[in-house]
Design a protein around this ligand. Structure first.
Ligand code: UDX
Length: 423
């Protein structure tokens, strides 16, 4: 078993650290936020992630998982240092590497000789070299080991990955990193750092492409009177296409797809290639926010100013409490900009938001509303009492942007209704 330092305890770092400790390694997780470190030491998890609290608790109890303040403290005695710090979008769309460089500079003086620094953050192609330069250590190898964890099922995804990708110039360093995953059954792809970094961007860009594609086909379905659910089913059975990531919705969001697609366009541009296709994917996604808002506007006969809008779902998808780049906020923002008063319910959000009144009950959100938008696919929305919803609303009108509700039940009860890509 190995000694691993994890630098950064966000979604990726905390999940990676906790899962490595569950695999039997000794893990020290570092963060710069003292209050967060104190909370984590008590087993208090700041994010909603299925199964994470259990494995953090087990790790703390067994002593295999500890939390410290500062990267250097964690890295002083490690065999592996995983960089899991944010790579936010810079002003020009490219990824901002300053956190990664800062973390590398901080651990450089204390890293034991022959240790391996592993890049887990999503970084542009060539970043392994940036880390090598920031470290300035010939006796420390730098390896890329991108993550493919979905929020909400990150622990499951870590333990049951579709593949493990390791990018390294130094084969022995790649083997050392691969050995950390003993006990995890998955195909292993060992390649050079640039290819590993490209795999991460290409994977997210491809998945985003599938979503924009199905959203575009949904628009066609509306025009020709076809049903997107049947169309997605019909194409998804083709093994070459696959049925995953073919769910139409209000557009993709979250901390990865919007940022990574824009970064990929930028990477291409810097390499002298105009990635028209991916630009189109991003454009279709922006239009999907507009199209979803437009459906609600239509149901209010174009008269939005002063109208009461109800929303179910604020997070960028279900089973997370993450609001980053949430399509829901994009859509509601468009309605608020036209003078609508927005009241929303989300099972994972209890604080108030700018321009949105957040309530603790899905029916209360509907009080006096002229339209209800379903924007996140939380399961519980399916089972709510439509009679009660109708009684609370001023006008029974629903935009179901996740095709989640029972359409015939809505129509039977006299709701006017718009789904995505449905007759
Ligand atoms: C994603 C990738 O899936 C993961 O591998 C990566 O490393 C991190 O980014 P995540 O951002 O957690 O994970 O969410 P994901 O489940 O991929 O969904 C992203 C967005 O696409 C969400 O807004 C979701 O609602 C939307 N989506 C997804 C659809 O609209 N339709 C689909 O069929 C799938």
């Amino acid at each position: 078993m190995s000694r691993i330092a994890i630098i950064g305890t966000g979604y990726v770092g905390l999940t990676t650290g906790a899962c490595f400790s569950a695999l039997g390694h000794d893990v020290v997780c570092a963060d710069i936020d003292a209050a967060k470190v104190e909370r984590l030491k008590q087993g208090d998890i700041p994010i909603l992630e299925a199964g994470l609290d259990e494995i953090v608790r087990e790790g703390l109890e067994s002593g295999r998982l500890t939390f410290v303040l500062g990267a250097a403290t964690a890295a002083a005695d490690c065999e592996f240092a995983y960089l899991c710090v944010p790579t936010p979008q810079g002003e020009d769309g490219s990824a901002d590497l300053s956190y990664i460089e800062q973390a590398a500079r901080e651990i450089a003086p204390v890293l034991p000789s022959e240790s391996v620094v592993v890049n887990k953050s999503t970084v542009p192609v060539g970043s392994t070299r940036v880390v090598e330069r920031a470290l300035g250590r010939d006796d420390v190898a730098v390896v890329s080991n991108p993550e493919f964890l979905r929020e909400g099922s990150a622990v499951h995804d870590f333990m049951n990955p579709d593949r493990i990708v390791i990018g390294a110039d130094d084969q022995s360093a790649a083997i050392k990193v691969a050995s950390l995953y003993l006990g995890v059954a998955a195909p292993l792809i060992v390649t050079d750092p640039a290819s590993a970094e490209t795999i991460k961007y290409a994977a997210n860009s491809f998945l985003a492409t599938k979503i924009s594609f199905i959203n575009a086909v949904a628009a066609i379905c509306e025009a020709v009177g076809a049903d997107i659910n049947d169309v997605a089913l019909g194409i998804g059975y083709d093994k070459r296409i696959g049925s995953e990531f073919l769910k139409p919705g209000p557009g993709f969001g979250g901390s990865c797809f919007p940022k990574d697609t824009r970064a990929m366009v930028k990477i291409a541009e810097e390499g002298g290639y105009d990635f028209h296709l991916l630009k189109g994917v991003i454009q279709v996604n922006d239009e999907q926010y507009d199209r979803t808002a437009e459906k609600a506007i239509e149901l209010m006969d174009g008269d939005v100013d002063g109208k009461q809008v109800a929303a179910w779902g604020l997070t960028f998808k279900a089973r997370t409490d993450d609001l980053r780049e949430s399509p829901s906020l994009e859509v509601l923002g468009r309605l608020a900009a036209r003078g609508a008063k927005v009241r929303a319910y989300d099972p994972a959000v209890s604080h108030q938001l700018d321009g949105i009144e957040v309530v603790a009950d899905p029916y209360d959100a509907c009080d006096g509303a002229d339209v209800l938008l379903v924007l996140t696919e939380w399961d519980e929305f399916k089972w709510l009492d439509l009679g009660e919803v109708k009684a609370r609303m001023a006008t029974p009108a629903v935009v179901d942007a996740r095709n989640l509700l029972d359409r015939s039940a809505l129509i039977r009860r006299g709701f006017t209704f718009r789904g995505i890509g449905r007759r």
